[in-house]
Write a protein that binds this ligand. Structure first.
Ligand SMILES: NC(=O)c1ccc[n+]([C@@H]2O[C@H](COP(=O)([O-])OP(=O)(O)OC[C@H]3O[C@@H](n4cnc5c(N)ncnc54)[C@H](OP(=O)(O)O)[C@@H]3O)[C@@H](O)[C@H]2O)c1
Length: 310
């Protein structure tokens, strides 16, 4: 069996990669947050430690997943962000080239400026904020320097359930669990949801066919934050009990002050042309996500905190 070293595997996407690859590959999954028993510690900013771990494992592929993904944290901490999201990736490229193995890097739909309604794989990015710029510089470093690479751009990620999902779906589910009867949702942001399992399946197909290169990798269908929220209420059966009030992004500007493009919708032109698109329509993926990961979540009593308080 081939060996894959996966760095930054403790988050939303790492969970799906572990499930997708663990039966047929030998994995070494690391993170600085060791939150599962199949993870071990590695801070990929520490080049010597990263090098030693990947070399000792004798990896056939290097998957570099980890990043700081909180846009507001990144806006406030640019040096930390570039150290992790850009120089960490440079570290990974050095290692992959030294070992002469392919590297996988995860980029984001957020590297575009939103001036266009829809971006294909060949459109030119123009990042707006620190997170987006750090990710785009990581992407460029891989494309310009790695011998064999996959750069896969994800959209609005959904996956891994209440324990690990830090993004939009979990934020809404959390409010619903809290008993909120009104959700305030922006009506000026367009994008494409990306289910982690579909993403991992598509990466695997690209890797096994050795179709190296850069790919947009998002679920099918073009949508908006507002429509995703409406669909979530329909799926959970709460559409008659919970109201969604449309607001502009200004409504949240204290909390979400980082610039976000008005549109980060991607098309999967290259995946389609190569006939390796395993990304299902976003509504199908969302339905599966909620039924697989949130069964009983809305009705279960809140878990006690580690100190025993609610
Ligand atoms: N989430 C999205 O909507 C989205 C969209 C497009 C692209 N992406 C990209 O997809 C990739 C995976 O993101 P995700 O959604 O799985 O994010 P995530 O849930 O935040 O997971 C990222 C993991 O990387 C870890 N990490 C950060 N710095 C590290 C370091 N120096 N060494 C080792 N591990 C480190 C994080 O640990 P801590 O939690 O301790 O920081 C976290 O466990 C990232 O490259 C991200 O930029 C994400």
């Amino acid at each position: 069996m081939k060996k894959i070293y996966i760095a930054g595997c403790g988050g939303m996407l790492g969970e799906a990669f572990y499930k997708q690859f663990s039966a047929d590959y030998i994995l070494k999954c690391t993170d600085k947050d060791v939150n599962d028993d199949w993870l071990s510690f590695l801070d990929f900013r520490d080049f010597n430690a990263y090098r030693e771990d990947v070399f000792n494992f004798n990896a056939d592929y290097l998957f570099h997943l980890g990043a700081y993904t909180d846009l507001e944290f990144c806006e406030h901490n640019p040096d930390e962000t570039y150290l992790t999201n850009t120089l960490g990736v440079e570290n990974a490229v050095y290692l992959a080239n030294q070992l002469n193995i392919p590297i996988l890097y995860i980029s984001t739909a957020g590297i575009f400026d939103g001036q266009k309604a829809l971006y294909d794989d060949w459109d030119t990015p123009n990042p707006l904020g620190v997170y987006a710029r750090s990710k785009y510089m990581g992407e460029r470093f891989v494309v310009e320097n790695a011998t064999r690479y996959l750069v896969c751009r994800a959209g609005w990620m959904m996956g891994a359930g209440p324990q690990k999902d830090k993004k939009f779906i979990q934020k809404l589910m959390h409010q619903l669990k809290d008993g909120k009867k009104e959700l305030f949702v922006v009506n000026d942001k367009d994008g494409t949801p990306t289910y982690t399992h579909d993403f991992a399946r598509t990466v695997r197909a690209l890797l096994e066919k050795e179709y190296w290169g850069l790919y947009n990798c998002v679920c099918g269908g073009q949508t908006s934050r507002f429509e995703v929220a409406q669909e979530l209420l329909r799926i959970t059966g709460l559409h008659d009990q919970v109201k969604i009030t449309p607001v502009t992004s200004d409504y949240f500007k204290q909390t979400y002050f980082a610039d976000r493009p008005a549109s980060e919708r991607l098309s999967t032109r290259k995946l389609d042309l190569r006939a390796v698109n395993h990304m299902r329509p976003w509504k199908t993926a969302l339905q599966e996500y909620i039924s697989d990961y949130y069964n009983g979540y809305l009705t279960a009593p809140p878990k006690p905190s580690p100190r025993g308080r609610a």
